[in-house]
Design a binder for this molecule. Sequence first.
Ligand code: 5IU
Length: 258
Amino acid sequence: QAKQLNFQERALLTANPVAKKLLNIMTQKSTNLIFSADVDSLDTLLDLASIVGPHICAIKTHINTFAVENFKLDLIYKLRNVADEQNFLILEDSKFADIGNTVYKQYVDGYHICEWADFVTAHAVSGPGVIEALVKGSGNRDRACLLIAQMSSDGNLVSEAYTNGVLKIAEDHSGFVAGFICRQKLSSKPNFIHITPGVKLAAGMGTLGQQYLTPDEVIKNRQSDVVIVGSGIYQAEDPLAATIAYKEAAFAAYNDLL
Ligand code: 5IU
């Protein structure tokens, strides 16, 4: 088996500021775990972020899932402070998919995502205009996007040809594309970070079509770099203990590959 570059070595080979930060954080904190904070309120999200913060490299949010009645955007700036204090990044899972103009407005005006999220997810289905819109919206901030190259849900329509098309767009825009949301390693380029949701310590079907793989399967067998865990953590009786268990499983699998 050929020697794999470690995260630290890859950080030196990537120009994208967010990818570099993420690779460095993963090295410093020994964690390739992202917590998907799909909870009911920003208050709960903040509480959980403070608890699990030391053990994660990033938190993943869906800013448009919180009920509008008691929504306060200032809480997300508190999350920004926690992230800076505890040295993790914020990934807003916006899944932008529209034409560039609309995506620009969603990124800059709606929820001011460009201000507080280090990186965002995007579909490449509408073509590279989505990335150009995000670049424009980022201004001079350190920002990046992850392109959704594959999905975890049962029956999804992503084909191998589509995934290859996403890879091509990423390569053409590697200054802004930090990597992929995917089910397995797709690119041998060390600057692209592979990030995989749909992860649980017990593999199998979740609710509403979600399909789970174990951290070991994702990192060791499929050679992705980072796992995203949501309900495995926030539905656990002890979210901190669960976070540590996922962190240790995913990082041990990464170390096994080196
Ligand atoms: N998510 C997936 N699968 C995907 C993509 C995103 O599960 O293919 I793209 C998101 C949805 C949810 C989180 O916010 O990742 C997974 O949460 P659970 O660990 O609770 O299944």
